[in-house]
Design a protein around this ligand. Structure first.
Ligand SMILES: Cc1cc2nc3c(=O)[nH]c(=O)nc-3n(C[C@H](O)[C@H](O)[C@H](O)COP(=O)(O)O)c2cc1C
Length: 198
């Protein structure tokens, strides 16, 4: 049995980062519940190399490797700070470099941090449509944390810990359900989940 890979992506362009704290907390919680190969990509580090390619045919070296890691991961855990009521431009740039058909059927966790509760639906209104474009399987529970949910860049609100628990249960369920077969590229090619076409 191959151990699934879980790739966390923090769309923050600064350090320290509340978003990175949240993405790491979800990665750690998944790793504690089920055998996975976790990896974290922080755009504060990866951004400058990624931005040297404006189009995917110009990707080289570590930038190409990061895009390949996104395309081949079994699960993505994607977090962003809210910038101007949306995800960061850095995160969008990364996904503009990802092949349009590489993420079909892939479970994706959506996370965001912001300065105000007024942008609490940013994952629903901004992130979910982006991953809908890629035909991913976004998990039902999203997490939005604001600055007061952290102290010294550590999560301190137990309500966020409860939501992380829910997210992990959803991810573990999807990993057990073999979504790659049910919703992956082969099934998508027939425009029908394989489970329904039997
Ligand atoms: C350029 C910029 C734009 C921002 N725009 C918003 C916004 O529209 N809504 C909001 O709630 N917070 C906004 N914020 C606050 C950040 O989303 C918030 O501080 C977030 O937790 C920062 O995450 P980080 O620590 O991972 O960088 C903005 C911050 C910056 C720097």
């Amino acid at each position: 049995m191959t151990i699934p890979s879980v790739l966390g992506i923090s769309g923050s362009v600064t350090r320290p980062s509340r978003t990175t704290t949240l993405v790491s907390a979800v990665l750690d919680a998944i790793t504690a519940r089920t055998p996975v190969r976790p990896r974290l990509v922080e755009l504060v580090d990866a951004g400058p190399t990624l931005f040297s390619a404006l189009t995917s045919d110009k990707l080289q070296g570590s930038a190409a490797e990061i895009v390949r890691a996104v395309e081949t991961a079994d699960v993505l855990v994607v977090g962003t700070p809210v910038y101007r009521a949306s995800y960061t431009g850095a995160l969008k740039h990364l996904f503009d470099l990802v092949r349009y058909d590489a993420l079909v059927g892939k479970p994706v966790v959506l996370l965001a941090t912001g300065g105000t509760p007024l942008h609490g639906l940013v994952a629903e209104h901004q992130l979910r449509p982006l991953f809908g474009y890629f035909n991913t399987l976004t998990v039902p529970t999203t997490i939005y944390a604001i600055e007061t949910d952290f102290r010294d860049y550590r999560l301190v609100n137990p309500a966020i810990a409860d939501r992380i628990d829910r997210v992990v249960t959803e991810v573990v369920t999807l990993l057990g359900a073999d979504t790659a077969t049910a919703f992956g590229p082969a099934a998508a090619a027939h425009n029908l989940p394989a489970a329904l076409s039997a």
